[in-house]
Write a protein that binds this ligand. Structure first.
Ligand code: UD1
Length: 352
């Protein structure tokens, strides 16, 4: 049996691990490596519990640090694991520092590499995620592209081999979890929210929340929103709000309900029942589209061009200054949400 090491470390990767494990675990010797990039219960263990994920084989416990320090520490740990275990392939997911470290450690140890969520691009090289994606794509042997646009991006960059249009693995997870009405009602009750009467909001992108001007503008923008807003706070956002002395201001705003980061099943239930979404998350905009909810994106661009073309995601400024945010439903053709995990397994087996 071939040995495949999957490197994860951040919240969005744990989520995508669930459908991946399902298609790979019977067929390969699966080695799970957690870098420790995310470590709080709400940022890591909650997903393993909720999604019933298998036990991690190696936990590197790297924790938070500057981009290069964090990536370097992960690489040291990964190299040790790869030398000890000699996997036949390494799989990395998405665009975090854990993705970058897994990529570089695999490439330097001459281990074939698969990148899930390949080919996504923004025009912003000041986003760490953009740097991470470009490196991961350049060094991968198997490129699992979620969208036609991501295939085109790779081709435009001169990539000629290893490209597979697999679909977006996030939708395998969303379809599997799709919360029942009963469960959704219990979550609405827990957070004291009424169906269709609140906006689900998140913001955590470093290029946004590390900038005090963005936070100030957002607070002013939020004052203009009439509907109730449910806002689970990423630890980076909470720290920056406190540093900018805006934490009390935001928590005191009438109509804003702040919570700790929430698990994936709660997040899907609250997306499904919301009026719509305001976010800078790559995952939440796609989940909103699945449930027919409009997502306003707190960025100048989105990597999910198809969703933008369908009108399901719309970019807005942090001052939320669109004359009126329209909350009509977003209609994306159902074939956009097709299952990806089997295609990803086939792509991996074409080489492993
Ligand atoms: C990372 C990813 C981002 C992804 C996001 C999902 C990179 C470059 N960015 O950003 O693409 O959308 O994860 O959440 O990899 N912290 C805690 N507890 C934790 C983890 C982090 O308090 O469990 C705090 C620390 O102060 C840390 C900060 O959050 O410095 C940022 O964490 P980090 O892992 O550097 O990046 P994210 O902002 O989470």
């Amino acid at each position: 049996m071939k040995k495949i090491a999957v490197v994860v470390g951040a919240r969005p990767q744990f989520i995508k691990l669930a459908p991946l494990v399902e298609v790979l675990s019977d067929k390969v010797d699966l080695l799970l490596v957690h870098t420790g990039q995310h470590y709080d219960f709400e940022m890591s263990d909650i997903f393993f519990d909720q999604l019933n994920l298998p036990k991690i084989d190696y936990h590197l416990g790297v924790g938070s640090a500057g981009q290069s320090t964090q990536t370097g520490k992960m690489m040291v740990g990964l190299e040790e694991v790869f030398r000890k275990e000699s996997p036949d392939m390494v799989v990395v997911i998405g665009d975090t520092n854990s993705t970058l470290a897994g990529t570089l450690a695999a490439a330097q140890n001459f281990i074939p590499l698969t990148h899930i969520e390949a080919g996504l691009r923004s025009k912003n090289n000041h986003m760490p995620e953009q740097i991470n994606r470009i490196v991961a794509d350049r060094l991968s042997d198997i490129l699992c592209c979620p969208t036609e646009g991501s295939v085109s991006n790779l081709k435009a960059e001169g990539q000629t081999s290893g490209i597979f249009l697999t679909g977006d693995i996030l939708y395998d997870l969303v379809a599997r979890i799709n919360p029942s009405d009963e469960f959704t009602d219990s979550i609405l009750k827990k957070y004291d929210l009424a169906k269709g009467e609140y906006i689900f909001m998140t913001t955590h992108r470093a290029e946004n929340v590390d900038n005090p001007d963005y936070l100030k503008s957002l607070v002013l923008g939020l004052k203009k929103i009439k509907q109730k807003i449910f806002l689970p706070l990423h630890p980076r956002t909470e720290k920056n709000l406190k540093r900018s002395q805006l934490y009390e201001t935001i928590t005191d705003l009438p109509g804003i309900q702040i919570s700790k980061p929430i698990g994936i099943v709660e997040s899907l239930a609250l997306t499904k029942s919301s009026l719509g979404v305001i976010t800078d998350s790559g995952g939440l905009q796609r989940e909103a589209a699945y449930f027919g909810k409009r997502a306003y994106i707190l960025r100048d661009e989105t990597e999910w061009q198809e969703l933008s073309q369908y009108g399901a995601v719309i970019c807005i400024d942090s001052n939320l200054d669109k004359k009126s945010l329209a909350w009509d439903s977003a209609v994306v053709p159902s074939e956009y949400f097709k299952s990806a995990s089997k295609n990803i397994a086939d792509a991996i087996f074409s080489m492993a």
